[in-house]
Design a protein around this ligand. Structure first.
Ligand SMILES: *Cc1c(COP(=O)(O)O)cnc(C)c1O
Length: 448
């Protein structure tokens, strides 16, 4: 399988090259040259456990890694999960969840980033290369990326985060990791400063090349691919097509569901649940993609206005018409808005935004009905599932353990003390971080 860019400027790239390239060198996102049809394999795949299905599916896309090696990397990635099924399904009365938070940092990003760490190590060892990963995080991505590559000889990882603006637990999940290849960088600025500094560094192609910089954010195709697996896996547990309800900000997770459906897994509707940052919900209702102001909500990992994987969706929605995509993205970049001629009703998405009151209410309702505590992101997806008309089975994606977001849980359920031993253990550990000013020079100096 070869990869090309959504903007048409990159072609014929292998899986491992795409892994190390991250963002396409023409500014587009890498996508496979075609989407394979997996319908002939479905019946054979129904009985597979999660890692076995991952091996079957990922080997189609990563055909430049020897099959036995790939199998080992996948096994290695998922031994770090604390549940034997890796992604267990939970029935709670009329709500069915798939819990994606059994990895080391208790959020769904581990499912992809544990594998990405293994894939990076393999690709770099083969090439004898060293990689400096640079990432920016507002919370969960940083710790999951660190957990994926800590201790690896071929990689140093530098995570920028806004000083004193991430939650204390999220900061500890990064700064208490003792491995010397991990560099936590608290920036005296906002998350937007961190993200734009990261982009500026990557845009300096000479610097990027000289310091062998790599990316772990969700523009990386391998992350999307790893997420396709759990949609396929869950869909095969049902005897009729299943709908998924996905809380989203960056359109990464729900885009993986869209791809799973495109490949032929038995998936019906996809419900996009956003918080008050509702650019995606507005798009699916009206066809208008228009940036708004960022609102700070109870589900901070979804406080995003511009969704990076949205470009991949548009690429397919435009039937791989690179020029049409470029025109749309150019409009958006120039004016902060771009639109289709009409709402994309034929794309198979339902979308709705969920406000703070609704999020708190669903946390209380589900707890009252089943004694189960949702995290505030998962709550957005569950609330969205109740607001959208769906027939047939539906599964809500549980993206984090509630103990990661104790303030939101306390606000809905003052009587509940949601804890997790992994998080409790962080409190006494030594922290390591550097604090820098929000300047390009300060970020570049990290690599001296
Ligand atoms: C990152 C994150 C999300 C949003 O996922 P996207 O792929 O960006 O849509 C939702 N919930 C949690 C807990 C997250 O960490």
């Amino acid at each position: 399988m070869k990869y090309c860019s959504t903007r048409g400027g990159v072609n014929g790239v292998s899986f491992q090259q795409s892994l190390l390239m991250g963002l396409g060198s023409d500014g587009g996102l890498l996508v496979p040259e075609y989407i394979p049809n997996i319908v002939p394999q479905l019946e054979d795949w129904r009985s597979l456990d999660f890692p076995s299905l991952a091996k079957e599916l990922i080997s189609i896309f990563a055909d430049d890694i020897e099959r036995s090696t790939l199998n080992d990397l996948i096994d290695q990635a998922y031994t770090t999960f604390d549940h034997p099924e890796v992604v267990p399904i939970r029935e709670l009365g009329d709500v069915t969840l798939v819990e994606l938070f059994h990895g080391p940092t208790l959020a769904f990003k581990d499912v992809a980033l544990q594998l990405l760490g293994q894939l990076f190590e393999h690709a770099l060892t083969k090439d004898g290369r060293h990689l400096n990963i640079l990432g920016a995080t507002s919370g969960d991505t940083g710790s999951a990326a660190i957990a994926g590559v800590r201790g690896q000889e071929k990689i140093d990882i530098f995570i920028l985060y806004p000083n004193e603006k991430v939650s204390h637990l999220q900061e500890l999940q990064m700064t208490t990791v003792p491995d010397s290849n991990v560099h936590c960088v608290a920036v005296n600025g906002s998350f937007d400063d961190c993200q734009s500094l990261m982009k500026e560094v990557f845009a300096d192609l000479e610097f990027k090349e000289a310091h062998s910089l790599g990316a772990v954010n969700s523009v990386n195709w391998a992350r999307v691919l790893a997420q396709v697996v759990y949609y396929g896996y869950v869909s095969l547990k049902f005897n009729e097509p299943v709908s998924f309800c996905v809380p989203t900000g960056n359109f990464g997770n729900v885009f993986a569901a869209y791809l799973a459906r495109k490949m032929g897994f038995p998936i019906a509707e996809l419900v996009v649940g956003t918080n008050e940052n509702d650019i995606l919900a507005r798009f699916f209702r009206s066809g208008e993609y228009a940036r708004g102001d960022v609102h700070h909500t109870l589900s901070p990992a979804m406080d995003i206005q511009v969704a990076s994987n949205f470009e991949r969706f548009l690429y397919y929605y435009f039937d791989c018409d690179v020029e049409r995509l470029q025109a749309f993205m150019n409009d958006f970049q120039k004016t902060g808005a771009a639109h289709l001629d009409s709402a994309p009703d034929d794309a198979g998405f339902l979308a709705t935004s969920v406000n703070t009151e609704e999020t708190l209410a669903i946390l209380r309702d589900v707890y009252a009905e089943s004694g189960y505590v949702l995290d505030p992101h998962t709550a957005v997806g569950v609330a969205a599932s109740k607001k959208c008309p769906i027939v047939g089975p539906k599964v809500c994606i549980a993206t984090a353990h509630p103990a990661k977001f104790p303030d939101a849980v306390k606000r809905a359920l003052p009587e509940v003390d949601s804890r997790h031993p992994t998080l409790d253990a962080l409190v006494d550990k030594a922290e390591r971080k550097v604090v820098i000013e929000p300047t390009l020079e300060a970020v570049k100096a990290l690599f001296d």
